[in-house]
Design a protein around this ligand. Structure first.
Ligand code: GTP
Ligand code: MG
Length: 203
């Protein structure tokens, strides 16, 4: 995949609003403000394709981005943002859960965690849920540009251990700011796309 053509094709809250299931989808999940929307902008080389904000809770709908007309990246609302109301939180949780559990063309879920911090309880729960639903654990550690060189190994180890990852899991360091890992993320998506096509599940 070349990541040249990127377009937001749909914004959805309810299931009836999702686009057709004719293309494979990869969902991005993670705490509010972790950098899900920024990752989409970074790998598509577009500044404002997905709306980002330094205020958590920016993405409040499920946004579908079609890449090269081959695959969709699905930007989900973030979890764990303390300042939204309980009602709002429950609404988002239901929205995320409905999408993740009822989407036959969802082939992978990427979990984003902030490289500066130990993953939260919500992060651990999310990854366990991903495993329960038989998606392979793929974790992207964001905001790597904020770490000093001396912190990198230690912080990645904390993430690896807190999330209970093993050799079969993928943990990719990434920064939307300086593009660290951007090529790796694109390669990974391309590989997963090819795997999916070869698996013959497209019919
Ligand atoms: P929600 O939509 O609220 O769930 O957040 P999100 O996960 O989509 O986060 P978003 O991409 O909007 O980024 C949140 C803030 O973090 C913005 O101010 C971004 O500029 C900043 N940010 C995102 N990625 C990086 C990164 O790699 N490095 C740095 N330094 N800042 C980043
Ligand atoms: Mg967002």
């Amino acid at each position: 995949m070349k990541f040249l053509d990127a377009e937001m094709i749909r914004t959805a809250v309810r299931r009836e609003q999702y686009p057709d299931m004719n293309l494979p989808e990869i969902a991005l999940v993670g705490r509010s403000n972790v950098g899900k929307s920024s990752l989409i902008n970074c790998i598509t080389n577009r500044k404002k394709l997905a709306r980002t904000s330094n205020k958590p809770g920016k993405t409040a709908t499920i946004n579908f981005y079609e890449i090269d007309r081959m695959l969709r990246l699905v930007d989900l609302p973030g979890y764990g943002y303390a300042k939204v109301s309980k009602v709002e939180k429950e609404k988002w949780a239901r929205m995320i859960e409905t999408y993740l559990s009822k989407r036959d063309n969802l082939v992978h879920v990427f979990q984003l965690v902030d490289a500066r911090h130990k993953p939260s309880e919500d992060d651990v729960m999310m990854l366990n849920w991903i495993r329960e639903f038989h998606f392979e654990p793929i974790v992207i550690a964001t905001k790597m540009d904020k770490l000093k060189k001396s912190q990198i190994e230690e912080n990645l180890t904390v993430i690896y251990e807190t999330l209970g990852l093993d050799d079969s899991a993928t943990l990719l360091p990434f920064s939307a700011e300086d593009k660290t890992g951007s090529e790796d993320v694109k390669e990974l998506i391309t590989e997963l796309y090819e795997e999916y096509i070869e698996s013959g599940k497209t019919e």
